[in-house]
Design a protein around this ligand. Sequence first.
Ligand SMILES: [Zn+2]
Ligand SMILES: [Zn+2]
Length: 245
Amino acid sequence: MEWQAVMSTFVKIKPFLLDLFFPIECLGCGGENKWLCQRCQEKIKLKAIDECLVCKETTGLGKTHEPCRTKTFLDGVMVAAAWEDKLLQGAIHKYKYNFVTGLAEPLTDILIKKMNEPERVRLFEKRKIILVPVPLHKKRLNWRGFNQAELLTKKISSHFGWGIQPMLLLRQRYTKPQVKLKKEKRAQNIQGAFGIKPGQPETIKDALVILVDDVLTTGATMNECAKILKENGIKEVWGLALARG
Ligand SMILES: [Zn+2]
Ligand SMILES: [Zn+2]
C-alpha cells in the first residue's frame, strides 16, 4: 500500500482507535461510558438572552437589528450556551481537536434544546427549513476525518423533520484556520472560500436556511456562507452554534 493510502486509512479509523484505547468517561463527573452524561449535559445552561451578531446587544430570538443589517448577510444567529461555560468549552475542544465523535450527540442535544424554545418554535414552524453545516475544505476534512458541523446537524434534522443539505455549499478554496488569525483578518481570509452547488431548483429560494457550526466567533465564516446563499436567491439565512467564542 502506498503511504498516502495508509495515511488515509489511518485517518478514517482514528476515531475508532481512540475509542478503543482511551476509556470513555464523562467530562463533567468522570462517570463511566459516556463523554457527557445526561446530568452534566443539563448543567450546561442555555443563554437566557439572545444577542445581535453585529452589535452584540440584546435582540429578540437573535434577529439581526434592522440598522445592523448593512453589516451582515445573516438574518439572525442563535447561540445556544455561553462560551464561559468550562464544561461546554472542554467538550467542544475534545470533540473538535481530539476527534471524540461520541460527543456529537450530547452537544447536538444542546442545540435541539435551544431550537425547542417555544418562541423559536413559533418563528420557524410552517417554514421550509434546510439545515446546512458549514463545509470544511477537503484537506481539513481528511485531517479530521469528519466535519464537526455536519455531525451536529444530523440529529437536529431528524428531530424536527427538517431538510439537510451538507453539499449545498462547497468549499472551493483552502483557507488558513480562522482561529489562527486576528479577528480583523478573518473576513478577508474567508472571502470567496465558498460556492454553491450548481443546478439548484428554483424552489430552494423559498427555503429558510439555517447554517450550523460548532462555534461562532466574529461570524465571518457564516456570513460568507450567507452571502453566497443570498446571491443565489435564498431570502432568509440564520446561523446556529453552540457558543460564541
Ligand atoms: Zn457526568
Ligand atoms: Zn445589532
